[in-house]
Design a protein around this ligand. Structure first.
Ligand code: ADP
Ligand code: MG
Length: 323
């Protein structure tokens, strides 16, 4: 079982950021209002993730670390499901298989919290502890028992950068959750969690970017686009400032990027890239999307129609007179 979990972990856990992604998504699923992520050495030696969500009931704790154990029922046609297919109920077992994991958790209904230690897939202890409502994961020494995989990790700085990028995207897709990121004792990111996307953008990109945003809200043919467009005069040297989310999930799409860039091109910018944060909500079956489970690259069935709608929506928004 432990060997199988170690192999399965190879699919899910590539680097420290993979662990942070799975655990923060779990915290969000558990309705946490606030999530704190602390790392040392790029997350290779230490990751602590604290949330104030539902907690895990004592009797469910060991089970949560079994492969294919999930308390979440997802509908088959839910994009979220498609995007995380293959990872269902595999995160905790995979993380525990290749790290030294400690969990402290308490539900509102329980008087005592639970402290659970599992290292390299071996349960070491399960005991009472005093704890606030919610869940804390401590993850130490990634791949300590899989030296071959440890070799593929990059420098602490690079790994920390991956985690910061990931948390920025999670913050942008969940303005209702407060995120704090601390790297080697230094606060790198803090969002208010007040539900306002513009405030998240301010927290991440600063006053100058936040002051030059045009709000976008456009709907056509089952495609709803909401978010903010940077004013055309401020442009970027690469696509890193184009942030797209579909049904709450971060994605990359060369086609959507191109549609947005083409729409901007009429407004002075040439061969440059805009700042955008756009959330797409897709309802209706006529827009069919496919996402590769591990990659974020997205494909639409009706490429040309989606291109046209995105182009038109962005173009019209940029044309609107300022209020
Ligand atoms: P999945 O998220 O696909 O269900 P995981 O392996 O990520 O699988 O988690 C297993 C289970 O552990 C979840 O279904 C959930 O019930 C529980 N769980 C994990 N993390 C948390 C958390 N932060 N708060 C509450 N419950 C959690
Ligand atoms: Mg999960």
């Amino acid at each position: 079982q432990i060997t199988i979990d170690k192999i399965a972990a190879g699919e899910v856990i590539e680097r420290p950021a993979s662990i942070v992604k799975e655990l923060v998504e779990n915290a969000i699923d558990a309705k946490a209002a606030a999530v704190v992520v602390e790392i040392q050495e790029g997350g290779i030696s230490f990751i602590r993730i604290t949330d104030n969500g539902s907690g895990i009931p004592r009797e469910d704790v060991p089970n949560a670390f079994l492969r294919h154990s999930t308390s979440k029922i997802r509908s088959v046609d839910d994009l979220t499901h498609v995007a995380s297919l293959g990872f269902r109920g595999e995160a905790l077992s995979s993380i525990a298989a290749v790290t030294k994991t400690e969990l402290i958790t308490k539900t509102r209904e329980e008087t005592f919290g639970t402290r659970y230690i599992i290292e390299g897939g071996q349960e070491l202890s399960l005991e009472d502890t005093g704890a606030p409502d919610g869940t804390t994961f401590l993850i130490r020494q990634l791949f300590y028992n899989v030296p071959a995989r440890r070799k593929f990790l990059k420098t602490a700085m690079t790994e920390a950068g991956h985690i910061q990028d990931l948390l920025m995207r999670l913050a942008l897709s969940h303005p209702e959750v407060s995120f704090q990121f601390i790297n080697n004792g230094q606060e790198k990111l803090r969002t208010a969690g007040n539900g306002r996307l513009k405030d998240v953008i301010y927290s991440i990109y600063g006053r100058e970017v936040a002051a030059s945003l045009i709000e976008m809200d456009y709907e056509k043919g089952g495609l709803h686009m909401k978010g903010f467009l940077g004013k055309p005069l401020i442009s970027r040297g690469n696509r890193n400032f184009e942030n797209f989310f579909i049904n709450g999930r971060y994605i990359k799409s060369a086609m959507i990027s191109k549609a947005v860039e083409d729409a901007y091109r009429d407004f002075v910018m040439q061969h440059k890239f805009p700042f955008v944060v756009l959330h797409f909500e897709i309802d209706g079956e006529d827009i069919d999307v496919n996402v590769h489970p591990t990659k974020m690259e997205l494909r639409f069935q009706k490429q040309q129609e989606v291109y046209n709608t995105v182009y038109e929506g962005v173009h019209r928004t940029l044309l609107e007179p300022e209020l």
